[in-house]
Design a protein around this ligand. Structure first.
Ligand code: ADP
Ligand code: MG
Length: 743
């Protein structure tokens, strides 16, 4: 009886659809689409990520189909297509990103080509006393392609926004530059010399430059994924009918026998059937030491074979391979939203309308209240429009999440979403499962004690015969010991595993029970005369299992599990990070104490039944946020209950699916690393948000001319445009700094 119902995330008719969205100009586009999608009937959850140009929608397939979702997006004026999972779509996405970079680069160059002469003629020449005849007409001609060809995207974006009854950053740029442009036409036609054609041209050039730099930087945030994709091997050497054939990895099937030579990449996941070697698995696990592998061991596609050559049998193909699954997981994570994003969304929502109002007020105040010239008032209003940057705020969270999750992945720490990354920095309590998490999970039999007339061999034979049918780590230890002693096993009947207690079965004619103290109590067997002996073993950190038949105790077998080398250090680091560490185990109090002592853990929950682990988590949750670290099926409910579930990849698939962070290495120090990474990422997000807000709060009043009365200083709209472009770029760059932080 295994308890796996912590994994009740099965979503009925709910389906998750990933769409590639094109045509988003700014974070506010993503907010708008998120709203539109969420509103649709049958959509449970929708997130649209501007940084990855991707929409993830959880929807009821019966009520709303993929095409209907695409139509919603198209209706709002954007493009959408279904993203098929796996490496190919990622390659397509990478290409899309590259196209975006090239497109902005081209537009920037065109823009620059016209704006630069306009700038020189309009701003430099007059200052050095050079006068070109018809300069205002030349400027007009130069500014026009910039305004309407390069700047077309801003008009388009404004139009989309208007149709959706909102306004966005495009609106600000389009309005600001159009105001300068149209005002200049008016001036020219009225015969006045003062015009601002070069202002609008240069402004657009700056914004486009910003977009170009932003696209480059955004491309860098997804480098971790690209690195993983680049690991995907393309060709495999398959043995077919005794011959070596080169085959595309896409065509491989389960059961194919594949040859790997020294220095080659393992093309896909499988099990070694012949030969042995040492493999570099660092790209998947983050573990830098090569791992020895022999017949029967699993190999992972994408890892590198160092010395020997070997044959292996394919066990997983396509989207099921470890590498595909990791890529998918990180992709989902990077596309997901962190709760903190909501704040940015809320601010963005009111941002543009507020800026529009401030801009109008600026104009009115200068022109009507302070009786400035008309052009002065216009220029101040334009500067307000263009300095405001909702984009920086929109980019603050997703870019940091992308870099953070990517960095984790490269260290073998898979974080399944923005929410997990955010939660990790709030954790106050952390509970470790003992067996397989703190300890190696490979116990070995240390003592066999006979009570009564049986021999040690007989006791072991009965126990091993029954345990052969249990998957528990302790069972494996007993079977292994029997194999070492070359004891032949008998097939039991009526086998029953009682989770948290032990096993029962009939061997030969007799019924046996084998398990812990609790099991003996259930069987009403008096063990009080052996209590002292049992305690002695337990105090050495050993787990004692008792064998009984009828009402009689026949013997006991003790097994000891070794603590992982990294455990003590990991716990110490967690203490340093200010967390309170607990250990939870089904094992008895004394064994647990012994292990706790070795690792520096002060708090333990012992003799906990598997179905109770989640309740202990719940209890701690009343005091603060709780993380649970585990590996077994029996840990899954606790992993799900905890605010943050951390699963060891060496454990069961159920645990890995339930956990929101998966540690690829079997190294517990990755737990403090993950928490540290979360803190670093959250700090970055907060920094980004602060700067984005600070920039606007300071920039807008200066643009409005608040300093003018005191210093005679008015921000030129050009500088404002440059500052706006820089603010987005600086947010993305600040997120990229995270890459270089030490974990
Ligand atoms: P844990 O994961 O902390 O080891 P379990 O609930 O799996 O917790 O096991 C708790 C205790 O129950 C074990 O320490 C052992 O005494 C007993 N037990 C469970 N399964 C078996 C088994 N197959 N054979 C013997 N003892 C078992
Ligand atoms: Mg365990």
């Amino acid at each position: 009886m295994h308890n796996g119902d912590g994994n009740n995330h099965i979503k009925g008719n709910m389906k998750k659809t990933n769409l590639q969205v094109t045509g988003m100009h700014c974070a506010s586009c993503a907010t708008l689409l998120t709203k539109a999608l969420t509103k649709a009937e049958g959509v449970k959850e929708a997130t649209v990520n501007y940084a990855t140009a991707r929409a993830t929608i959880l929807h009821d397939e019966k009520k709303i189909h993929e095409q209907a979702l695409i139509d919603i997006i198209k209706d709002k004026g954007y493009g959408a297509s279904v993203l098929t999972e796996g490496v190919h779509s990622l390659e397509a996405e990478a290409k899309l990103m590259k196209d975006e970079i090239l497109k902005s680069q081209k537009l920037f160059l065109i823009s620059f080509l016209f704006a630069f002469p306009a700038f020189v003629f309009g701003m430099i020449f007059p200052r050095i006393g050079l006068h070109i005849p018809y300069i205002q007409y030349i400027s007009w001609i130069l500014a026009t392609p910039v305004q309407f060809y390069v700047g077309w995207q801003f008009y388009k974006g404004t139009w989309h926004a208007l149709r959706n009854k909102t306004a966005n950053m495009d609106t600000l740029i389009a309005l600001g530059t159009s105001a300068a442009y149209i005002f200049s036409i008016y001036q020219v036609l009225a015969g006045n010399t003062e015009q601002y054609f070069e202002v609008s041209a240069i402004l657009i050039t700056f914004v486009i430059l910003g977009k170009w730099l932003e696209a480059i930087a955004k491309g860098k945030t997804s480098e971790a994924i690209k690195k993983l994709i680049s690991l995907s091997p393309k060709i495999a050497t398959v043995i077919r009918k005794g011959k070596e054939v080169k085959v595309s990895v896409d065509e491989l099937q389960i059961g194919d026998i594949i040859l790997v030579r020294p220095g080659e990449k393992v093309p896909i996941d499988g099990e070694i059937t012949e030969g042995h070697s040492s493999l570099d698995e660092s790209m998947i696990t983050g573990e830098s030491m090569p791992v020895e592998k022999k017949k029967g061991d699993m190999v992972i596609g994408g890892t590198i074979n160092k010395q020997g050559s070997f044959h292996f049998k394919t066990t997983r193909v396509g989207a099921n391979t470890t590498l595909s699954r990791i890529i998918k997981l990180i992709e989902d994570a990077q596309g997901s939203r962190a709760p903190i994003q909501r704040f940015a969304d809320m601010v963005s929502q009111y941002f543009v309308p507020i800026v529009l109002v401030i801009s109008i007020l600026t104009f009115a105040a200068w022109y009507f209240v302070f009786s400035s010239t008309f052009s002065f008032a216009v220029i101040a209003a334009v500067a307000v429009l263009v300095i405001a940057c909702p984009c920086a705020l929109g980019l603050a969270t997703p870019t940091a999440i992308m870099v953070g999750t990517g960095k984790g992945a490269l260290h073998g720490i898979l974080i399944k979403g923005g929410e997990a990354l955010e939660t990790a920095h709030k954790i106050k309590y952390i509970i470790f499962d003992k067996t397989g998490t703190i300890t190696k999970g490979v116990p070995e039999v240390t003592d066999i004690k006979v009570i009564g007339k049986n021999t040690e061999k007989e006791i072991l034979k009965i126990a091993a015969s029954i345990e052969k049918y249990s998957e528990h780590a302790l069972a494996e230890a007993i079977v292994k010991k029997a194999e070492e002693e070359k004891i032949g096993l008998t097939k039991p009947t009526n086998f029953k595993a009682i989770s948290g207690f032990g096993v029962e079965a009939k061997v030969g004619a007799k019924q046996y029970a084998f398990g812990n103290r609790r099991l003996m109590q259930r069987e009403r067997i008096n063990i009080s005369s052996y209590e002292k002996e049992i305690k002695l073993l337990e105090e050495q950190g050993k787990t004692v299992m008792l064998l009984s038949s009828g009402k009689i105790l026949l013997g006991m077998i003790a097994a000891a599990d070794r603590v992982k080398e990294s455990s003590a250090e990991a716990i110490e680091e967690l203490h340093k990070l200010g967390l309170e560490v607990y250990m939870i185990t089904g094992d008895n109090e004394r064994t647990a104490q012994a292990i706790a002592r070795q690792t520096g853990i002060k708090n333990i929950f012992a003799e906990v039944l598997p179905e109770d682990k989640a309740n202990y988590v719940k209890k701690l949750q009343q005091k603060g946020k709780v993380a649970m670290v585990g590996d077994g099926i029996n840990d899954a409910p606790a992993l799900a209950q905890a605010d943050l579930g951390i699963a060891m990849a060496s454990g069961t698939d159920v645990a890995m699916e339930t956990g929101s962070i998966v540690l690829m290495r079997n190294d517990l120090r990755d737990v403090p690393r993950a928490i540290h990474l979360s803190r670093l990422t959250m700090a970055k997000i907060k920094q980004n948000m602060f700067w984005a807000l600070f920039y606007n709060v300071v920039g807008i009043p200066i643009a409005a001319g608040i300093l003018y009365p005191f210093t005679g200083w008015l921000l030129s709209p050009m500088i404002a445009g440059g500052a706006m472009a820089l603010s987005s770029v600086s947010v993305v760059t600040n997120s990229l700094v995270l890459k270089r932080k030490k974990l």
